[in-house]
Design a binder for this molecule. Structure first.
Ligand code: ZN
Ligand code: ZN
Length: 110
């Protein structure tokens, strides 16, 4: 199948952008049939919002690395990076229901 660059007008900001042949090929490979309706910038903005990534700068109390966390630490001294958090969870319970816990915390926060 041949792809050619296509000009699309972003429905959010009205800017026209090129939907490149390469991207079209990528879309097709992924089985996506819908033409993107937003420019890459708006798509990115939307993704960010969608992922609710309000990241807070923290300094991990265990490894002292600067990190970013989606959770706002109540107390800076309690801040912990994701790696250490996972490590802790793994130490606490061998069979982890972390995925579920994580999701429910997210929901209650947003
Ligand atoms: Zn746009
Ligand atoms: Zn850490």
């Amino acid at each position: 199948m041949d792809f050619t660059d296509k000009e699309i007008v972003c429905r959010d900001c009205g800017t026209s952008f090129m939907w490149s042949a390469g991207e079209q090929e990528f879309f097709t490979q992924k089985g996506l049939v819908n033409t993107p309706s937003r420019c890459p910038i708006c798509r990115k903005k939307k993704d960010v919002k969608h992922d609710f990534q309000h990241l807070f700068d923290i300094e991990c109390r265990l490894c002292h690395k600067k990190s970013r966390s989606p959770f706002q630490p109540n107390d800076a001294a309690q801040a912990i990076c994701e790696a250490c958090f996972k490590q802790q969870q793994a130490d606490l319970k061998p069979v982890s229901s972390e995925q579920v816990d994580h999701a429910s915390v997210m929901e209650s926060q947003y």
